[in-house]
Design a protein around this ligand. Structure first.
Ligand code: PXP
Length: 257
């Protein structure tokens, strides 16, 4: 997912939690590949899948199937480990998003600390970039982390929107607005450095608008909420509504006052 098709904000649909439901019973259904195909029909621009070290949702065979059958670009989320890099180099997905990973966490908490391991991460991503993968670093909206991502040669960052979304859900308008202001400022800063800027984590119909309106963003990656909504309205309808909310926010932001 490298470009902004028709200038519009791209939507990457994360299908991890289709696999979570499947794995609850250990059988073949629901099938993440079927979800990916439906996502494409509903207007997704790409599919995102996180192959975790513990394989709690997406598995190696899901990645095999997605790479073999998917027509949309795959964004493979993974920790910066040798095992994951070998898998990515074998498949050469369109994009690789490097994320922090702790076994005990329920979901990806916070962004990468690139400053703490800058040299290692530079060496880690170099072969992925050479193999043609668009490498993205999942980080907080933090100036020093953005500068570090730029220094190590990552062409893309994904800004963690979890803090903003948590504040929105908690009804803490002050914290929500502060988090949003930071994302707005740091998206502009990253774009100025020449980085492509993505965002994601925790986004819902309610929280997506102000993020989608940030003109520097090229892509949002959204998963858990969409898969949850799919229980009630179906996956295609949930994705279409999210797509419409993103487009409406963009159109409104682009209108002259
Ligand atoms: N972007 C990244 C880098 C993530 O790790 C995740 C969660 O796997 C998402 C986006 C999607 O977050 P959510 O499932 O909360 O929409």
């Amino acid at each position: 997912m490298t470009t902004r098709l028709n200038g519009r904000l791209r939507l990457g649909v994360n299908i991890d939690h289709v696999a979570t439901v499947r794995n609850a019973r250990g059988g073949p259904v629901p099938d993440p590949l079927r979800a990916a195909r439906l996502a494409e029909a509903a207007g997704a621009d790409g599919i995102t899948a996180h192959l975790r070290e513990d394989r709690r949702h997406i598995t190696d065979s899901d990645i095999d199937a997605l790479m073999e059958c998917l027509t949309l670009p795959l964004n493979l989320e993974m920790a910066a480990t040798e095992e994951m890099r070998a898998i990515a180099l074998r498949h050469k997905p369109h994009a690789v998003c490097v994320v922090p990973e702790k076994r005990e966490e329920r979901t990806t908490e916070g962004g990468l600390d690139i400053l703490r391991e800058e040299a290692r991460l530079r060496d880690f991503i170099a072969p992925l970039a050479e193999a043609g993968c668009r490498v993205s670093m999942f980080i907080a909206a933090d100036r020093a982390q953005i500068e570090a991502a730029h220094r190590i040669g990552a062409p893309v960052i994904e800004i963690h929107t979890g803090g903003y979304c948590d504040a929105e859900v908690a009804g803490d308008a002050l914290a929500r607005d502060a988090e949003l202001a930071r994302i707005v400022e740091m998206a502009a800063f990253a774009k100025e450095l020449g980085l492509e800027v993505h965002a994601g984590h925790g986004l819902t119909y309610e929280s997506v608008g102000p993020v989608a309106a940030i003109p520097e963003l090229a892509e949002l990656n959204i998963g858990h909420f969409l898969i949850g909504e799919a229980i009630f309205v179906g996956l295609e309808a949930a994705i279409r509504r999210m797509r419409a909310a993103m487009d409406a926010a963009r159109a409104l932001a682009a209108r002259p006052d």
